[in-house]
Design a protein around this ligand. Structure first.
Ligand code: NAD
Length: 311
């Protein structure tokens, strides 16, 4: 499929991969890759515009044809991810099960918050959050039963950091991260690994907001190798990760918490006590990196061991 694919040997023979939104952009790159490496692929795509208008069977059909022409195995599915159970049903009917789910389908409805309509909010939540939920919900019992599942959920830097004009999209994309974090924990004992990526790639989604010379460095194929590694059998542990990937860079994101200020929980904990230690609250020179709500208890324990701080 591309020069990355020819330089290593990871294979997915016998694996059934569902890729949502696989009619173009990143999804198409994943579908072509997995099919070229022996997997049976469900190519899902609603076939609408990048704003989520309309639908067509063509987007999925073209990719299925390309896979078949190259000797691969693929079937199309044209449902919206909001009906994810039908997509998983397609996989089960055609190939008997599903092993790998790439929740990738997405749209944009960018608008400054003051002008945002409920419809702009609802559609984005439905496609990104509910769509990711519905596909995963349908695959989950199968993954548990077979004690094997690999999920990639597609977040965005917009969700991690917030982007002007994208309150709907950013909120949805950070939801996808939280969803992944919980499922990584719930799936661990069933060999279900769940990771989230925040990709950057040239696609119809980005072609209107980035200059051509930047887009030229952002081939979707540069996102594929990380996804390939995360969902491969050889990954037996990495779960709950959040990665930024694209344009030849791959990095991991984590939460960072300042050591924080300590106060006595009595009348001395006043607004002015907060103000007095404002710099301490914001001091990241000696941070920790929490991975669960229980880590907060560690903070409290540490506080208990500390000598009572001055007022
Ligand atoms: P794209 O528009 O090329 O691909 C998205 C695909 O999803 C399209 O083929 C579209 O028809 C399909 N789709 C949309 N709504 C659907 C639905 N309800 N059901 C099924 N299919 C549907 O865009 P892309 O850039 O390849 O985006 C892929 C994913 O990556 C999206 O989730 C997007 O939010 C995310 N993302 C992309 C970038 C980037 O730089 N391209 C950055 C951050 C996040």
């Amino acid at each position: 499929m591309n020069n990355i694919a020819s330089t290593d040997t990871l294979r997915y023979d016998g694996k059934v991969v569902v890729v949502t939104g696989a009619g173009g952009g990143l999804g198409k790159a994943y579908a072509l890759f997995f099919a070229s490496r022996g997997a049976s692929v469900v190519v899902n795509d609603l076939g609408g515009s990048f704003k989520g208008e309309g639908n067509s069977t063509r987007a999925a059909d073209v990719v299925v044809e390309e896979i078949k022409k190259a000797g691969g195995k693929a079937v199309p599915n044209y449902d919206s991810v909001e009906f994810g159970d039908r997509i998983i049903e397609t996989a089960v009917k055609a190939f008997g099960t599903v092993h790998i789910l790439i929740n990738n389908a997405g749209i944009l409805r960018d608008v400054a918050f003051r002008n945002m309509k409920d419809a702009d909010w609802d559609l984005i939540q439905n496609v990104h959050v509910k769509g990711t939920y519905k596909c995963t919900k349908a695959a989950w019992p199968i993954f548990r039963r077979q004690k094997y599942g690999r999920i990639i959920n597609t977040a965005s830097a917009a969700g991690l950091f917030g982007t002007f004009g994208q309150t709907n999209y950013s909120a949805a994309k950070l939801s996808v991260v939280a969803f992944s974090e919980v499922l990584a924990k719930e799936g661990a004992k069933y060999n279900i690994l769940v990771n989230a990526i925040a990709p950057i790639a040239a696609s119809r989604m980005t072609e209107t907001v980035m200059p051509a010379e930047v887009l030229a460095t952002l081939g979707p194929e540069w996102v594929v190798p990380l996804v390939a590694v995360l969902v491969h059998d050889s990954n037996t542990q990495e779960s709950g990760g959040i990665y930024e990937v694209g344009a030849g860079t791959v990095s991991k994101i984590r939460w960072e918490r300042s050591k924080g200020a300590l106060y006595k929980t009595d009348a001395s904990l006043t607004p002015s006590a907060i103000s007095q230690k404002w710099a301490v609250v914001h001091d990241f020179s000696n941070p920790d990196h929490p991975t669960g709500p229980a880590d907060f208890m560690g903070l409290l324990e540490a506080a208990g061991e500390m000598p009572s701080n001055e007022q």
